[in-house]
Design a protein around this ligand. Structure first.
Ligand code: OK8
Length: 470
């Protein structure tokens, strides 16, 4: 039966001792190259900008003539405290655009719905036009900034093993549709499906305090079923945070919180929209902020510019690594379905090899060496029935981790011993359940892969509870 994952029918490479036809039937070699788009070198798209759609503190959005898309143009302005502090930093627009494009390319490569097409100039990128939702969605891994004001019992840097996701109502001039507010961007409490949105001063302790205003959802929602999108916004905001958390960690930084915004495209699809640049997050490097917090805290404009440059440069390294999971089976009777099911969306990473190491040890060694030469960052799962020589032999012959799953252990538990008590220099690992073998594989690969890290971590976080050290 045809496997469910993507396969290449013709052999991915020729082997020197049997020829492609002979080995071609034995394994499928899906092409899975680094899917992060290359930055648009030289930004060749000379576009004619049309009408100004909207202008904010740090960007302008223009229609693109002859197209359904818009151009998001970054300005050199930097603001804080809702405009109370304002400066202009030459090149800030360029650095902000570079950062947003680096971030959005990575998120898109990870399969997230992002309002981003491509960078079209040093200070702009092309995006689908979006009807924006009036929320700032903040995700926190640690307590910083306004979290410390609302929850003074948090120590600065308090770690949240389960990410906090918060909603703030986006407002201007302390006004919501004619209703005066005590502060802009109030903290929202909204129970999914409820009829009310409670607003709190974002800079005041929340425990024991009453909302300063309660709005009906009809006053806030512009989409008839807007409430249905809250779980989706939370999920996407968390997922994107996890991807960026790992991407930053691989570059030596710690993403501690960020703010994102959402919009609907012309078809009504919810997209992560606006920008994610160095104004959107707090990132620590060697214990110090390298983001807009430096500006909020009174850093000189030269220092702020240097941090923005550092962040634009660092985020240009954000990428997905080339990795592969080899599912090695001894016979076509060893069914791969449990493995592709456990991999879910990641099943395109799997290459299936069918080769009995007992019967064809030289051919097996050649296949293994060739595949690892192609993609060194590989984990092998050896799914072998009966006497399991393959797992230990593959493990002894390669530098990559090999996890063996004894295929027949249910009916013949004694088969387990053929891979469990391995000789010296045979570091094979044995896992009975295919789904756990897949998870162990993903854990290994997640260290270097933001997409896999996000997938593994988000499931763990659904079971996490935050406890506070007071
Ligand atoms: C925000 C996380 C941290 O205030 C301005 O002038 C800029 C304004 C804007 O127009 O985008 N920015 O309103 C903003 N609010 C929160 N955050 C923003 N960028 C980020 O969200 O990473 C902030 O950098 C939590 O922030 P906190 O702790 O202040 O609630």
């Amino acid at each position: 039966m045809e496997p469910a994952f993507s396969v290449l029918k013709s052999p991915g490479f020729a082997l020197d001792d049997g020829g492609p036809n002979h080995y071609g039937r034995r394994f499928f070699s899906p092409e899975q190259d680094d899917p992060v788009d290359a930055p648009t070198a030289g930004h060749p798209k000379a576009l004619s900008l049309g009408a100004l759609v909207t202008e904010g503190k740090t960007k302008k959005i223009f229609r693109i003539n002859g197209s359904d898309l818009v151009s998001v143009v970054a300005k050199d302005d930097i603001t804080a405290g809702d405009g109370a502090k304002h400066d202009v930093i030459p090149d800030k627009g360029q650095l902000a655009t570079a950062t947003t494009c680096n971030v959005f390319r990575l998120l898109k490569a990870c399969g997230l719905p992002v309002a981003f097409e491509e960078q079209n100039s040093a200070t702009s990128f092309i995006a689908p036009p979006c009807t924006m939702l009036p929320y700032e969605v903040v995700v926190r891994r640690e307590a910083h900034g306004s979290a410390l004001k609302r929850s003074p019992h948090y120590a600065k840097g308090q770690l949240f093993p389960k990410l906090l996701v918060e909603f703030y109502l986006k407002t201007k001039d302390k006004d919501w549709k004619g209703k005066p507010l005590v502060a802009d961007d109030p903290y929202m409490q909204y129970e999914d499906g409820g009829a009310q949105i409670k607003l709190f001063n974002p800079a005041k302790p929340i425990i024991g305090s009453e909302p300063f205003m309660t709005l009906s959802t009809a006053d806030v929602f512009s989409h008839p079923e807007e409430y249905k999108f809250f779980p989706e916004m939370r999920k996407i905001a968390r997922q994107a945070f996890l991807i960026l958390e790992r991407a930053w960690a691989l570059e030596g930084g710690t993403l501690v919180d960020y703010k994102v915004e959402f919009g609907f495209d012309a078809k009504g699809t919810l997209l992560l929209a606006d920008v994610i640049d160095n104004d959107s997050w707090r990132v620590l490097a060697q214990g110090s902020y390298i983001d807009k917090q430096v500006y909020r805290d009174g850093g000189t404009l030269d220092t702020v510019a240097a941090k923005y440059r550092q962040v634009a440069e660092t985020t240009s390294h954000f990428r997905l690594p080339r990795q592969r999971i080899i599912l090695w089976r001894g016979s076509e009777s060893d069914k791969t379905d449990a493995f592709s099911a456990a991999l879910g969306d990641l099943k395109d990473m799997m290459t299936v090899v069918t080769c009995s190491i007992h019967k064809e040890p030289i051919a097996g060694a050649n296949i293994l060496n060739k595949l690892i030469q192609e993609v060194p960052d590989t984990v092998v799962i050896a799914f072998i029935g009966r006497s399991n020589g393959a797992g230990p032999v593959l493990s002894a012959q390669s530098t990559v981790p090999v996890i063996t799953v004894p295929a027949s252990a249910k009916d013949f538990p004694e088969d387990v011993w053929s891979c469990l008590r391995a000789p010296s220099k045979v570091p094979v690992m044995t896992v009975l359940e295919p789904s756990n073998a897949v998870l162990a594989t993903l854990q290994i690969l997640s260290a270097r892969n933001p997409r896999i890290y996000a997938a593994v971590r988000s499931e763990i976080e659904s079971r996490m509870v935050n406890t506070l050290t007071i």
